[in-house]
Design a protein around this ligand. Structure first.
Ligand SMILES: [Zn+2]
Length: 440
């Protein structure tokens, strides 16, 4: 089915990363990058949902927000949280960059006061329904003048604010594609991985707000509710509630156990010499295992028996019509071996030996792509690089040293392939082919 094309494409153009358990070692071709949690998961400010009575819960934080917007400078004591705001423009978060030799990006959080100053005289008229609650950091309180504060984090879409670009540029802050930030993230840096997860969640929420403007039941307008964490129809007789959308996608490494080979597919949209896992959207009324078998059959004409779950990854860097895909990764064991490629969906599909796939895991290329991307972000923030379309105009996965290569460590495809090559289960323990088994 056609959605497969887009899902593979998006993986191919990016890198899956998660926090590194094994920190970097000198390059060798069989390097395994094991991460604590998938890229875009492990968000540090939404690990626990606050109780509605906590001052930093969505409901109470929203009340404080309204007071602040009404001009009150002092909000009720004693435990009022501080607010930080992350602006987005055209799906791109605000970012800055630091570092001399090694460049490191960070999100462009603004204090509530600074944010209001920035908006002064711009095209964006601030109102409470524009701000979307992202979460809070109650564990690590910020110290200011001897006092401790919890922090509540908000996102806002300022696409209308054309003049903001220059204003923020003078502070060396710039709106950068999330995909570029993803590639630029050092997967061994827990803090950077956390920022990336926050930005992914925020983008997914804001894109969902942008594309869900009217009620599917009665056609009336939808308005944000509970500090933007859901939406609701304004019509009294309807009042339909809507929650942020997630689109599930199965992604599978098809394995020929007897001959120790894996099936990898190639998309015409992929960069040359790049091969990856098959993938496709789940259909209504279908189990995950059925989707794996159906997609593998449709794409490559291969029959699948046993399906073994590996891991999953939120994927908020797809098109705005799909604000967040959830990639659900499997090992799929083939029961037939003759490949019959559906050319409308794949350019090619081939069985590859374990040795060949091992060579395709080009760690040095992933590291180079990360550093190049981090440098580009730095140049953009300093105003040197004007292009906003960096993700497409430089090759993030050139694979120069390899005959073939696979997506980098920011993509779940990388980890499925790497796990099979190194026979490592999803918990990082060397246990060949062990996992949560499903036999249907
Ligand atoms: Zn309605």
């Amino acid at each position: 089915m056609s959605p497969l094309i887009s899902s593979i494409h998006y993986i191919s153009k990016s890198i899956f990363s998660t926090k590194s358990i094994i920190s970097r070692k000198p390059y060798f071709s069989t390097m395994s990058i094991n991460l604590k949690s998938p890229v875009f998961a492990g968000n540090p400010i939404r690990s626990k949902t606050p109780k509605s009575t906590d001052p930093f819960s969505p409901t109470l934080a929203f009340q404080t927000l309204k007071l602040l917007l009404s001009g009150q400078t002092h909000v009720p004591e004693p435990s009022s949280p501080k607010f930080k705001v992350l602006p987005f423009r055209k799906g791109r978060p605000l970012a800055g960059s630091t570092g001399d030799l090694v460049k490191k990006w960070h999100l462009g959080w603004l204090s509530f006061g600074d944010f209001k100053d920035v908006l002064e005289g711009s095209e964006v008229k601030l109102s409470d329904d524009l701000l979307v609650y992202l979460g809070c950091n109650n564990k690590e309180k910020e110290q200011e003048e001897g006092e401790e504060f919890s922090i509540v984090y908000w996102a806002i879409d300022v696409t209308e604010g054309v003049s903001l670009v220059e204003k923020l540029g003078s502070k060396q802050l710039c709106f950068v594609e999330l995909r570029t930030l993803m590639v630029a993230t050092d997967w061994a840096d827990d803090g950077a991985m956390g920022e990336l997860a926050i930005a992914g969640h925020a983008r997914a929420l804001l894109e969902w707000h942008n594309t869900s403007r009217f009620c599917g039941s009665c056609g009336e307008m939808l308005i944000p509710a509970e500090a933007g964490t859901r939406k609701q129809c304004i019509k009294d007789s309807c009042k339909k509630r809507l929650y942020p959308r997630v689109d599930p996608v199965v992604i599978m490494l098809v394995i020929d156990k007897d001959n120790d080979r894996a099936l990898l597919g190639k998309q015409s949209r992929f960069v040359p010499r790049m091969w990856s896992c098959l993938a496709g959207f789940l259909e209504p009324g279908e189990s995950l295992e059925e989707a794996v078998r159906r997609e593998t059959w449709e794409e490559a004409g291969i029959k699948v028996g046993e399906v073994v779950y590996h891991s999953s990854q939120p994927w908020p860097v797809g098109p705005s019509s799909m604000p967040c895909q959830l990639m659900i990764g499997f090992f799929a064991y083939a029961t037939s071996l003759e490949i019959n490629v559906d050319k409308s969906e794949l350019e090619d599909a081939k069985w590859h030996s374990r040795e060949d796939v091992k060579k395709a895991l080009t760690f040095v290329e992933y590291e180079k792509a990360q550093k190049t991307s981090a440098y580009k972000v730095d140049q953009m923030c300093k105003g040197v690089e004007k292009s906003q379309n960096l993700a497409s105009d430089f090759n993030v996965e050139s694979g120069e040293l390899a005959e073939m290569f696979v997506p980098g460590p920011y993509a779940i495809a990388h980890h499925l392939i790497s796990s099979w090559v190194h026979q490592v289960s999803s918990n990082g323990i060397q246990t060949p082919n062990k996992g949560v088994h499903s036999r249907l």
